[in-house]
Design a binder for this molecule. Structure first.
Ligand SMILES: *Cc1c(COP(=O)(O)O)cnc(C)c1O
Length: 371
């Protein structure tokens, strides 16, 4: 028995992956993103099931995430998207990881290491087409000059990332696609033809923005069963996926509190009538957002009931009035109970954040079980 735990369905992850592959079609490789411990679903377990389902590429954020997958026996190609620190560079060669390099100096440095190690060193070059984060803003001819200097490092992929993919009220995505296409065309005209071309995470994939797919897509959120809603006149969502993770907490205590009593830190909720409260073994130290204080909902005995008062570090109080709840019962924070369900997007809305942050914010203190 746990105070709070996750139940992850690996078969749901596999079927989400299959749905994505079907949408992407045979000419487009699907590279699931398993960074941040697979958005808290467990990078090793998730990667294993994805490899079994046919994934040949995985993406992570940093070399340590990549090394953990190699050490657990993963044989896929692994793209490390956001870590080209000098201390990380030798590890790419040691662990057969593929870097996303985001500067021309980075290409030269990687080439030097690869020559010294006498190893093949494929890399993907990330270009900043308007995201204004990682990625080189060098011109195509500067990129060609840098590539011409290399002896061992080899450009395998050209990639970029969108800033506003779900927002169909701005032209930013189209502008980014145009910038990317111009650079790619310039490279191709000069005889440099990267084998892999990729820009799309979940949203441009799910809403069918095919001109941005290239021949590889990088879904994260969709692997875990989520597609963010689009803003404006989007094309329809073509992808059906379902959440793979439920989050539960145990009822530690049930008690009846008279009308007019304050509940929890700061006394920010006062009972308007006699109220039965259930105290749950979960709090913000587990990643249950503090912003759900007096706002959140959890499922108890198939009913959605409100969070009363402040979410504290280790405990959360909810309204159990009219329910026959006992210590040891389970409350569902995220998932389905009877006819009711609540997902990370709904939690995010109540907490004023995004679903990604709700999932990634679930702390390692919360035990993870596979079902
Ligand atoms: C996290 C990330 C992704 C996956 O994004 P989702 O929206 O979760 O599909 C893809 N590409 C890059 C560069 C990322 O950082």
């Amino acid at each position: 028995m746990y105070r709070s735990w996750l139940e992850v369905s690996l078969s749901q992850i596999a079927s989400n992956f299959r749905a994505i592959r079907k949408l992407a079609g045979s000419g487009v490789t699907v590279m699931p993103v398993v960074k941040a411990d697979a958005y808290r679903h467990g990078a090793v377990e998730v990667s294993r099931v994805l490899e079994e389902a046919g994934a040949r590429w995985l993406a992570v954020s940093n070399v340590h995430e990549g090394i953990a997958l190699r050490e657990s026996g993963m044989t896929s190609r692994i793209l490390v998207m956001a870590d080209f620190l000098p201390s990380s560079r030798p590890l790419f060669l040691d662990y057969d990881l593929t870097p996303a390099i985001h500067s021309l100096e980075g290409i030269a440095a990687y080439d030097e290491l690869a020559v010294a190690a006498g190893k093949p060193a494929p890399f993907h070059l990330k270009i900043d087409t308007g995201m204004g984060r990682l990625g080189t803003r060098a011109s195509a001819s500067e990129i060609l000059d840098a590539l011409a200097q290399t002896r061992a490092a080899r450009l395998e992929g050209l990639m970029s990332h969108f800033a506003s993919a779900p927002n169909y009220t701005t032209s930013q995505t189209d502008e980014q696609i145009a910038t990317f296409t111009a650079v790619l065309q310039h490279l191709r005209n000069a005889g440099v033809n990267p084998a892999m071309v990729h820009l799309s995470s979940t949203v441009p994939l799910a809403y069918g923005r095919k001109e941005a797919w290239g021949n590889l897509v990088r879904p994260g959120h969709a692997i875990y069963g989520y597609v963010s809603p689009a803003k404006g006149a989007s094309s329809p969502c073509l992808l059906e996926v379902h959440p793979a993770l439920s989050w539960k907490a145990t009822v530690l205590e049930v008690k009846d509190i008279p009308a007019g009593a304050a509940i929890g830190y700061g006394g920010i909720h006062t009972t308007g009538r006699e109220t039965r409260i259930a105290v749950l073994g979960v709090g913000y130290a587990d990643g249950y957002p503090h912003r759900l204080s007096n706002k959140g909902k959890v499922l108890l005995q198939g009913r959605a009931v409100p969070v009363l008062g402040a979410v504290s570090m280790d405990l959360t109080t909810v309204d159990a009035s009219g329910l026959d709840v006992k210590p040891g019962d389970a409350a569902t924070l995220l998932g389905t109970d009877g006819d009711e369900s609540i997902d990370a997007q709904q939690i995010a809305k109540l907490a004023g954040t995004i679903s990604y942050s709700v999932l990634c914010g679930i702390s390692s203190r919360v035990v993870r079980l596979y079902v």
